[in-house]
Every structure is written in C-alpha cells, then in structure tokens.
Design a protein around this ligand. Structure first.
Ligand SMILES: Cc1cc2nc3c(=O)[nH]c(=O)nc-3n(C[C@H](O)[C@H](O)[C@H](O)COP(=O)(O)OP(=O)(O)OC[C@H]3O[C@@H](n4cnc5c(N)ncnc54)[C@H](O)[C@@H]3O)c2cc1C
Length: 307
C-alpha cells in the first residue's frame, strides 16, 4: 500500500490530507504534526478570500489558484455534509491612499468587481483616494478545520503528534511526503527565502458590522473583516519580522485606523489579540522533488516530496 505523510495540520495540511484520502481510499494517508487547531497560524486568519502578499507569484498562477479556491468554496456552500462550515458572503471594499487604483489581475475570478466612485469614497477618511469593491467569501478557518479534520478521520485518515526534523527520517516509512508546514518550512527545508509576514490582529464583538474593508496607506494596512461571532480588526504586514509577542504599538495602530474607517466600532467589545506569521516566499512554491536518500537503514532510495 502506498504510504503518504502530510506534514502539518493547518488549512493546507488538512485540505491536502482530506482530498488525498477521500479521493484515493486505498492510500495510507497519515498527518504528522506538532500542533493542531486552535494552535496553528490558520486559526489566527480571518478566512477572507482575496489574494494577498503574493509578491512575485506570476499573475496567471494567482488567477488560476485563486479561481480553484473560489470554485471550491462555491461548491462547499451547496454540500449537504458541510452545514457546520461557516461561509459568509459580503462586499469587500479595498481602498488606498493613491488615485486611480488598478483592478487586480484576478479581477475576472469574481463576478462583480468594479472601481469605487468618488461618491462612494466619501464613506471613508480623506486620505483614501480610490479603490474597488467586489463580493467575496469568508470561510471561517477554525470551523472549517474542525470540519476538515472530522471528514478526514471519517475517510480513514490518521493523525500523529510528531515534530519532523528532516525528510530523511521519513524515508524508511513513507513513499511520498507532502510538506504543509507553512512558515516553519523555513527550518524543515533549510530555506531562508521563507520569511514571516508578521500579522497582528484583534478580535472584537461588533455584530452590526456587515462589510469588509481593506485599507492600504504607504506601507501600512488596516482592515475590518467580520466572522460569524467576532470581527477581525487588523493589522500588520511586516515582512521579516519574527516578533511573536503582541505589540502595544501595533495594537494602538489597529484601534486608531479601524475607528477612523468605521466610527461604528466605538461600542465594540474587545475579545482577544493574536499574532502569527504568514508564510511568505519570493513566489509561492508548488513543486515536486525526488530526493535521493542514503541512510544506514535504507539502501539508496528516492523519496518523493511535494511542497
Ligand atoms: C493575522 C493574519 C491574518 C490572516 N488572514 C487571512 C485571511 O483572511 N485569508 C487568508 O486566506 N489567509 C489569511 N492569513 C494567512 C493564513 O493564515 C496562512 O496563509 C495559512 O494559515 C497557512 O496555512 P498553512 O496550513 O500553510 O500553515 P499553518 O496554519 O501555520 O500550519 C502549519 C502546520 O504545520 C505544523 N508544523 C510546522 N512545522 C512542523 C514540523 N517540523 N513537524 C511537524 N509539524 C510541523 C504546525 O504545527 C501546523 O500544524 C492570515 C494570517 C495572519 C497571520
């Protein structure tokens, strides 16, 4: 029987393991992970569908991959077995401090993207000069991962708590390894081009907020993203910042800038602060590699690794 190890149980590891196992029941799929929800980067995310911090990832790949996810969410909405998954549909206002913002390369993936009018820009503080709006989905990460884990185990997959220190250590046991370690691929793959894009957010109770706003000014961002029980207020996009602690300075930035964008936040109730590292590379890596392994216990053999 073919044995596959999926390393990591964030949204990428769980999605990979579930699809592999449910579409190929005869394969032995095992997740190896040092943590599961709620202790992953994915749990900190708002779950917004919108390509973000793509750096040099080619525009055509951004379009292709983001469309696959869009179509997948649309299908998930109709599935009878996915009633526990929370998918919100809301308008996303993207505003910037520059005039005549261009529509992004993935504009045709969504049904209704358009530039904001001068009249509509009056809803926002004066420093924001132009922007665009489209309808999008929010697939709430923690609820979605709970569902993915249940479906994966029901399909016959298994999970083992284990930190993987090298691919070599898996060569005797597995035929294929799928690396879904997010930011921690930096250590596992000894790849210094994987860098954190530090994100700090705040979750608040403000159930009257019913639109998404993503604001960019200079090298800073501020955003408001509703989930079903809380609203996510952000944020930071700090490339190369390894600080895993809550920064009071960032917190003050989030409170100040989101209140300017939406004064209705005045009566919100603070729930929690969170920080984590978005995995980032010069371009997203989706690749396969055959690694030649020679160890004392195994003769020279090939381990197939998918990144
Ligand atoms: C503040 C913030 C807001 C965000 N908002 C959004 C959003 O709205 N929409 C969006 O699409 N994205 C958002 N993101 C980005 C999103 O969170 C990440 O892109 C996504 O979570 C990455 O998922 P992942 O499964 O690759 O990594 P992770 O969720 O980090 O999971 C990695 C897994 O690998 C395991 N692991 C790591 N190393 C090892 C090892 N050596 N051995 C065994 N296990 C290992 C970990 O324990 C974990 O289970 C946000 C991120 C942040 C920080």
């Amino acid at each position: 029987m073919v044995k596959v190890a999926v390393i990591g149980a964030g949204v990428i590891g769980l999605s990979t393991a579930y699809i592999l196992k449910s579409e190929n029941p005869s394969i032995d799929v095992q997740i190896l992970t040092k943590s599961t929800s709620p202790n992953t980067c994915t749990d900190v995310a708002a779950g917004l569908w919108e390509p973000f911090v793509m750096r040099n990832t080619p525009a055509e790949l951004q379009r292709k991959w983001s469309k696959i996810t869009w179509d997948y969410i649309e299908e998930l909405k109709t599935r009878n077995d996915a009633k526990d998954v929370s998918i919100l549909t809301l308008p996303a206002y993207n505003i910037e401090d520059k005039e005549n913002v261009q529509l992004p390369p993935w504009k045709d993936v969504v049904p209704d993207m358009r530039a904001l009018t001068k009249e509509e820009m009056k809803m926002f503080p004066d420093k924001y000069k132009s922007g665009f709006v489209f309808t999008t989905y929010i697939l709430e990460p923690s609820k979605y991962m709970k569902w993915l884990m249940k479906k994966y185990i029901e399909a016959g997959g298994s999970l083992h708590y284990k930190k993987v220190n090298s691919f070599d250590s898996l060569a005797d046991t597995y035929d294929v390894v799928v690396n879904c370690t997010g930011f921690y691929a930096r250590d596992l793959c000894n790849d210094a081009t994987v860098e954190p894009v530090r994100g700090q957010v705040m979750r608040v109770k403000a159930p009257w907020i019913n639109r998404i706003v993503l604001a960019t000014f200079g090298d800073k961002v501020a955003y408001i993203i509703p989930n079903s029980e809380t609203v996510v207020l952000g944020g930071t996009v700090q490339l190369g910042n390894f600080n895993g602690e809550i920064s009071e300075e960032d917190k003050a930035h989030i409170l100040r800038e989101t209140a300017l964008i939406d004064p209705n936040l005045e009566n919100m109730v603070h729930v929690l602060d969170a920080v984590d590292f978005r995995p980032s590379r010069p371009a997203v890596r989706l690749e396969k590699e055959d690694i030649q392994i020679t160890s004392w216990s195994s003769k020279s053999r090939v381990l197939k690794v998918i990144y």
